[in-house]
Design a protein around this ligand. Structure first.
Ligand SMILES: Nc1nc2c(ncn2[C@@H]2O[C@H](COP(=O)(O)OP(=O)(O)OP(=O)(O)O)[C@@H](O)[C@H]2O)c(=O)[nH]1
Ligand SMILES: [Mg+2]
Length: 311
């Protein structure tokens, strides 16, 4: 018998379990059945900073917690509810939608980010989801720097039943992106997904290559790429903030994907990244499976982060 399919909230909760376990343990030992006084509030703020939520959000969350609960004894559930609500308040305005099938055709999506952040995997998961919904998808292996990258992406394309376009190792990535969009237009594709390199000889080289890719694609369609998704790895912690800063300033990012939230106890880092970025969080990765890429839902994320069930 096949196992019943896990619901997406369960996947989210499982993915965030390392983060929520840490939070829950600390919250339970520090707060449950003890009157909330200033010392406890300081402890809470410290704990939120340790969970990488960033000092500003930590201060605001502690403040709202104090307003509701000061002097009271709370159950574990009440504390978690209050925390989840405070975290959600930090994030609701930073939530964005990735919906390539409701936009123009072909909808062109560029995936950018440092090496190992999860660009290729995220692209593969999106491709599988889109073909599963009946879309005609073209994948372009725009990481022409690393031979193995093409092979890895081809596996994802085959698995998804998406078409695939690549260029020889060392070829001009912008040229390939151009060819992909041209093919996408000529052959009636719904979506063109373009992978990019995470590392070139140097950082400036990478930024130049990405800007050139965007520039040439725009020659074919002024609105393309319709999405530039910046893929950030949650396990690097507050380093993700630097990456957001560098890519966000150099390239016109339209959305953020935060991956590997299952691989860290500091999933709270999504909060300062969401707040620092001009573009919203659109998707999150909570595991390596195809179904572990999820639309970002601020309230669901906040509940899972503190270990609560679906609302
Ligand atoms: N646990 C977990 N692993 C992930 C997730 N997303 C990606 N990975 C893994 O992270 C590793 C790197 O992912 P890639 O997709 O190859 O990263 P990339 O950004 O394309 O890397 P480069 O091509 O080197 O620039 C792979 O082993 C993925 O399986 C996630 O949400 N959770
Ligand atoms: Mg890659």
């Amino acid at each position: 018998m096949t196992e019943p399919k896990k619901g997406w909230f369960q996947r989210l909760t499982d993915g965030l379990s390392r983060s929520s376990r840490q939070m829950t343990e600390q919250v339970t030992s520090a707060f449950v059945k003890k009157p909330l006084d200033q010392a406890k509030l300081d402890e809470l703020e410290e704990m939120l900073i340790e969970a990488d939520l960033g000092p500003k959000a930590a201060a605001r969350i502690t403040q709202s917690f104090a307003e509701q609960r000061f002097g009271k004894e709370c159950s574990e559930d009440e504390i978690k509810q209050a925390l989840a609500e405070a975290v959600a308040n930090e994030l609701v305005s930073r939530q964005g939608v990735f919906d390539p099938l409701s936009g123009p055709r072909p909808y062109v999506v560029l995936f950018i980010g440092v090496n190992g952040s999860g660009k290729t995997t995220t692209l593969g998961k999106i491709a599988a989801d889109l073909t599963g919904r009946g879309a005609k998808v073209l994948i372009a292996a725009g990481d022409t720097f690393r031979a193995a990258a093409v092979e890895q992406l081809k596996v994802w394309a085959d698995r998804a039943g998406a078409d695939f376009i690549s260029a020889p190792n060392g070829a001009d990535a912008a040229g390939l992106a151009y060819d992909a969009v041209e093919k996408g237009k000529a052959e009636g594709y719904d979506v063109v997904l373009i992978d990019t390199a995470g590392r070139l000889q140097n950082k400036q080289g990478l930024m130049d290559e990405l800007t050139k890719m965007i520039r040439v694609v725009r020659k074919l369609d002024y609105d393309a790429p319709h999405e530039v998704l910046l893929v950030l790895d949650a396990t690097v912690g507050r380093n993700a903030l630097n990456q957001e800063n560098i890519f966000g300033n150099a390239i016109g990012v339209t959305g953020i994907v935060m991956t590997k939230l299952d691989g860290t106890a500091r999933g709270g880092v999504l909060v300062p990244v969401a707040q620092a970025s001009d573009s919203p969080i659109k998707l999150i990765g909570v595991g390596e499976g195809i179904e572990d890429l999820q639309p970002f839902d601020a309230r669901a994320f906040s509940r899972s982060l503190v270990g609560l069930d679906a609302a």
